[in-house]
Design a protein around this ligand. Sequence first.
Ligand code: PMP
Length: 286
Amino acid sequence: MTRIVYVNGAYRPYAQAAIHVEDRGFQLADAIYEVIEIRDGGLVDATRHLARLARSLTELAIPPPMSDGALLHVMNVVIRRNRVRDGIVYMQVSRGAGPRDFALPPATTPPTLVVLARAHRRGWSAELAETGIAVKTVPDNRWGRCDIKTVMLLPAVLAKDEARRAGAREAWFVDSAGNVTEGASSNAWIVTPDGTLVTRQLDHHILPGVTRATVMDVAKTEGIKIEQRTFSRDEALAAREAFITSATNIVMPVVKIDKTTIGDGRPGKLSHRLRSRFHQVAEFSA
Ligand code: PMP
């Protein structure tokens, strides 16, 4: 249970933690966020998450709310005060509050910073990974800068709902050329029939996933061949294995895409190997 939330300089009880009604994040989705895994009370891949946060802020010219050191301190206080051993830290930075206006506010406007921690039951994702998940493909109807981690998540919300109604846990966005871009809240991967690991190259159409980067490190240490390139929905349907990566799912096998069973319908060996090695390679900071 979340008890204490950090909001703009103060640690507040969950029910009383609040932002301004004219916050630009609330009115205009003028905000960015990060989600970091908490494991054994420590942060997983904090350096990479903070680097991406800084990049998102720079791309949108939102001033950083505080230094990385101070942010790490706030995250650790929030983790401790909520007694979270396993779960996630969610942090959001908006361009601040002010009378609703499309024009950017003065650069001196203080950004809004919210940091909260949430516990989850250890092992939920390992259990799900034993059977794997289904995904549903949907047209990618998002904007042209999906590499920035903004809170503008309505297309992802609706895509996930469509997936859920079809009995799938994640949606995979497919562009107008028939290529899979990424999941609604994850990166998409396949293993080709000859055993090559494939995930889309980084560009403006996908988020540079932190888990994606660390899984590539794992694959390198394991001597697995990786290709960063576009792959089509058709290629995915014929894949030997498929999986998604995100800070909450780590490596989650995909056993069904739309109506097609992937491989023999059970999580693949490579997905399992990458998952089981993940936390030995990822950065851990207590
Ligand atoms: N793509 C999208 C669209 C996402 O929302 C996420 C998770 N926030 C990811 C990829 C995976 O990123 P990460 O591994 O950093 O959690």
